[in-house]
Design a protein around this ligand. Sequence first.
Ligand code: HEC
Length: 471
Amino acid sequence: MKPHRITIIALALLVVGFYALRATQASVAKQPPKNVTFSKDVAPIFFKNCAECHRPGEAAPFSTLSYKDARPWAKSIREHVVNRTMPPWHADPHFGQFKNERRLSQADIDTIVAWVEGGALEGDPKDLPPAPSFVEGWNIGQPDVVFTLPKPYTVEASGPDEYQYFNVPTNFTEDKYVRAIEARPGNRKVVHHVIVFIQPPAPADAPKLSQEELTRRRTQQAKESIRYSDGFLRRTKADAPVHNDGCSLPNGGGGTKFDTSKRDSGSTLLTEWAPGRNPDVMEPGVAKKIPAGSILTFQVHYNKAAGSVQTDQSSVGLIFAKEPPARLVTTESVHNSYMQIPPGAERHRVNACWTAQRDIRLITLMPHMHFRGAAMQIEAVYPDGRKAMLLNVPRYDFAWQTGYMLKQPLTLPKGTTLFVTGWFDNSARNKFNPDPTKAVRWGDPTYDEMLLCFVDFTTDAKPSVAMSSGQ
Ligand code: HEC
């Protein structure tokens, strides 16, 4: 045999061997793992990734805590995990890392599929991992204090959405620092969202205004504002100036006055709740401040989809920090009040900007739009001009109000600008669109729109020390 013949044969054998190996590997991979059972294989995945919502008393339609409760849903479960519609998670995995990421690994999906295809067997209950422990009603654990609407609020069977405001005094006699916060809807059938604001008491040296002066100021404010009240709802006036590029305005889009050079002062948000929103649980040494004597104002958005008269008594639970925190949390709302989406527009772009006035550490980003919201991106532009994509939500889903909690806090030096860009689908193609023939402006009701991102960040609790240490 000539030497090159041998080489060719050896090569051929190698190739055949390689494919044979590939083939066995493929057939191994294709064969569903044997005896996949709920108790041994699936329960650990469900307990970790689903039970947060799929347990008695929570938002989801069935419990994944027991075989008996989960088994009837097996087919639907397979479909939802394969499509990745469950667990709900909408961030593009290429950008940012999030500690509340709700994405199943491909291996977990394969296990669930194999379980369903193998007949969704129970297996030996002795194999069950310990059930996750939840405090009844609270995901943060037992709160130190709970504030609840003073009395049940009645929501009629039909009619327009309502934004209702309720004041609940804290009666705190000293400044309090909270390290965990959870707002709870009293009645999920009608509560669309809950936002709790902190209203600190007026400073002792604030001038006391007469009733006439107060009325005069309110009238003046209403005239200057680009918003108006429509029943219980605040909406941007139809003839207010239009600026879809909020970033081109000195206030970044975040104003309610015709004077676009001024931003609305940073709001003092305590927390928000909407489906899919995790409660706020801060890292050690981090807390939110509630000044002594503050009132908590609940903004509750009610809709009347239940079709019957309902009552609601929403609440917020707080856990106090054991010691004064090193860093304080602020929630900023980066939004564009001047937006307008033309009728029928398929991919209308709106943006808003906000610039850090001191060194901050970013912890959570929560995009918010309504039924026409299609996608959102949040980018940082650093003082040196460097750009970074922090969060990309390529298919926004209004049903899920996810706060994306950064795995590691991200330091943004003073002068860093956050660019929030949203895309809206106001065409008839969008099956959620309430009316594709309307030009849509900013407004509270879901038939209006919002381009908004809640941004949670921390700053040094003692800024004078921070100056020298550079935070
Ligand atoms: C953040 C909360 C949350 C998490 C986490 C979550 N779900 Fe859901 N799930 C819901 C809610 C709420 C619904 C009902 C509304 C809907 O269908 O969009 C739902 C619906 C479903 C449905 C459809 C039920 C039907 O009506 O057909 C399935 C199946 C499902 N979830 C499976 C899962 C599985 C499996 C996991 C974990 C791997 C999971 N979910 C994780 C909240 C959640």
